[in-house]
Design a protein around this ligand. Structure first.
Ligand SMILES: [Zn+2]
Length: 101
């Protein structure tokens, strides 16, 4: 069996998982050093899976203090500070791949 690329392994994890995974989860599972690599890969995966009739669903980042939801973010990156209460306790976005019905 051919070796999977890092991106293919991330895709495989996001398809197999029952619950959405954060970038940190993926770093831990796949032994990846940097979360920004994962965020970047997910953005590419989000485009490529469309050809397979699938989509990457993102559960947006949320403020742990006031529950502010970072809905409008287009990029998959995790924000560092809440614009509403300035808290830095941010619950990161999480991801899962599902088939489009
Ligand atoms: Zn807040």
């Amino acid at each position: 069996m051919a070796m999977l690329t890092r991106r293919e392994r991330i895709q495989q994890e996001l398809e197999a998982t029952e619950y959405p995974l954060t970038a940190k989860d993926l770093c831990d599972i796949l032994d990846i050093r940097s979360r920004s690599i994962v965020f970047e890969d997910i953005q590419h995966i989000a485009k490529s899976v469309q050809n397979e009739g699938k989509q990457v669903l993102m559960s947006p980042a949320r403020c742990g203090e006031c529950d502010y939801v970072f809905r409008s973010r287009k990029r998959a990156k995790s924000p560092s500070k809440c614009p509403k209460c300035k808290s830095e306790w941010i619950l990161p976005p999480s991801f899962i791949i599902q088939e489009i019905d």
